[in-house]
Design a protein around this ligand. Structure first.
Ligand code: B12
Ligand code: SF4
Length: 515
């Protein structure tokens, strides 16, 4: 009985930007008696179905975007006599759909770290259950990843998770509902151990694959303080203290290491936190800006963000702290007007964000937006026999990119304007201008190259919908990726030791800075 762990994708680039962490975590959670799992990441190359034999277990991890491809793999694997098990966020949200469409024997909801072993035991005895509940496990129970299984020279960044869950409740995001609003932090020593292992193997670029790296804000502490809620204040302070401890430990790692994470822009109001990030060499962060107008922020329940010039100042604060921002903007909000596009492009450039993504509003399952959309949808169009409210089941080339009718703009107008902002932001001269913070020409060229690669891989507005254009686009991305990967390669440090926790512990952390 061989174990296969498959990360489905319709497009393969030969090289990928970030490691799909779930595969390496489940590999670590696989008991040794079942042998070493075979990891197939289809963002690198498509799965070879001949590798699946009768009696094998095929674990497939899906999010909404790759669910349909995952179902195809499930059908193929089952036809070859394998046990088919699904997990991941989409499987958690739609277990029945997975059983029906993915030819699954079993669906795991929630975290797979602990329950995976039971699933394998049941498959080995020939009697898997239909459903398993992985739930939300404690931070201490998160499994580390088996980085010894990483293929050589395929990924640019490795991903290490330090915290799961996010206390916010943005209307377009499902994380707070699936991962919960209570931050679950991993043990600092285990996080650092994984990072050290990766650096030994030659990875110096690490994504901290967290939902929100800044789960406790100064305002949260102040609010608990105002309510004289001692227990809450102590709990929040302890989470904050652990963040600082982690960053102090990262600081002791080799100088050439670079970290990247996801964070809310409230961190801009917390100079001590930003300074700790800088010392820890967290050089980049995805910041969900979403909208540049107050009305837009209200529409997505993100009032804790700033708009207008306040927004520019907050983003600049990251820049000043040497944390480069990947600004994430949403187009297609009901409050958007044709002017919003230029205003956003202009603000992104002025605020000094290094990278930006301009996504079109998509009702993702599990979100408030999705619920509302599904509830209120009338005369839902049917494409290829699938109602639009199940759009992920529509073949990718027929799948629309705009789902909700906009009060002012047609779907085509939204797409064209969004694409124009991508093109404008990533035009060569502007990318070159943004690279000005780098001293060497080589560094600047690398920055421009990565900007182009980013645009090529993620500007998924559906403008390039016909298959010839998609092929050309993927070809160009593949070519860029080959070059970009070399820029991220570094020499292994096999003798690197884990940093001593003592100096980090002795440091005085700015725990409670509110009155
Ligand atoms: C890091 C990250 C990225 C990275 C790296 C992706 C990668 N290569 O792994 C980048 C930046 C590239 C990215 C891109 C995108 N992402 Co993303 N990403 C994340 C993030 C923050 C962490 C993922 C991670 O590594 N988690 C750590 C691992 C260990 O956890 P896990 O994947 O959940 O796996 C556990 C369980 O789910 C389960 N499990 C998973 N698979 C399987 C399989 C089996 C068989 C079993 C038993 C169990 C199991 O066990 C695992 C261990 O507990 C998640 C947020 C989240 N909470 O998941 C969003 C998230 C997955 N991303 C999301 C989205 C929307 C995107 C984008 C579409 C964004 C965009 N607009 O471009 C793109 C799509 C890219 C693509 N084509 O795949 C959504 C998906 C929502 C949905 N319903 O599908 C999430 C949930 C965030 C959100 N705001 O809602 N992402
Ligand atoms: S979008 Fe970001 S801040 Fe909002 S709930 Fe999701 S993870 Fe949290």
């Amino acid at each position: 009985m061989r174990i296969h762990l498959v990360n489905p994708s319709d497009v393969s680039f030969g090289t990928a930007v970030i490691t799909p962490r779930w595969q390496y975590v489940l590999a670590a959670a696989t008991p040794a008696r079942y042998g070493t799992p075979v990891l197939v990441d289809e963002t690198l190359e498509p799965m070879d179905e001949r590798s699946i034999a009768s009696g094998d277990v095929v674990g497939i991890g899906i999010h909404t975007g790759n669910a349909l491809r995952g179902y195809r793999i499930g059908q193929v694997a089952r036809a070859r006599g394998a046990f088919v098990v699904f997990g991941g966020i989409h499987a958690t949200l739609f277990p029945d759909e997975v059983l029906e469409r993915g030819a699954a024997h079993a669906v795991v909801s929630g975290d797979g770290d602990l329950v995976w072993q039971t699933v394998l035991e049941d498959c080995a005895s020939g009697h898997p259950q239909t459903r398993y509940t992985g739930g939300r496990i404690d931070g201490e129970s998160f499994s580390p990843a088996r980085w010894d299984l990483l293929p050589k020279d395929r990924y640019m960044w490795a991903s290490v998770q330090t915290v799961r869950g996010c206390p916010k409740h943005c209307s377009f995001c499902s994380v707070w509902r699936t991962d919960g609003q209570k931050p679950r932090q991993r043990d600092v020593t285990l996080v650092v151990r994984e990072i050290v292992q990766l650096r030994r193997q030659g990875f110096r670029f690490i994504v901290l694959a967290d939902d929100n790296f800044y789960p406790v804000t100064l305002e949260d502490l102040a609010a608990a303080d105002r309510r004289a809620d001692k227990r809450q204040l102590a709990a929040l302070s302890s989470i904050r203290e652990e963040r600082f401890e982690l960053m102090a430990r990262l600081e002791q790692l080799p100088d050439d290491m670079v970290f990247y994470t996801q964070i809310t822009m409230e961190a801009a109001e917390d100079p001590e936190f930003l300074a700790a990030m800088r010392r820890a060499r967290i050089r980049g962060a995805l910041v969900g800006v979403e909208s540049v107008t107050p009305e837009g922020l209200k529409a997505v329940f993100k009032n804790f963000n700033e708009a207008g010039e306040g927004l520019v100042n907050r983003l600049q604060a990251f820049r000043t702290a040497d944390v480069h921002v990947l600004g994430s903007f949403i187009f297609g909000l009901p409050t958007d007007t044709p002017d919003t596009f230029d205003a956003t492009a202009d603000l992104a450039q002025r605020a000094g964000v290094s990278f930006a993504q301009f996504v079109m509003l998509q009702p993702l399952p599990g979100t408030i937006d999705f619920q509302k959309w599904e509830r209120e949808a009338r005369d839902v169009p049917v494409i290829d026999g699938v109602p639009l409210t199940r759009y992920w089941l529509i073949p990718p080339h027929q799948r629309p990119r705009v789902y909700t009718p906009h009060p002012l703009m047609t779907p085509d107008e939204l797409r064209t304007r969004t694409q124009a902002v991508w093109d404008q932001f990533y035009a060569w001269p502007l990318a070159w201008q943004r690279s000005g913070f780098l001293k060497s020409v080589r560094g600047r060229l690398a920055f421009v190259l990565i900007s182009r690669l980013y645009r090529q891989m993620y500007a998924n507005t559906g403008i390039a919908a016909d298959s010839a254009r998609v092929r050309r686009s993927a070809h160009w991305a593949r070519w860029l990726a080959r070059f970009a990967r070399r820029l991220f390669a570094s020499n292994p440090m096999p003798d690197l030791r884990e940093p001593d926790p003592a100096p980090a512990k002795r440091r005085r952390f700015p725990i409670v800075t509110v009155s």
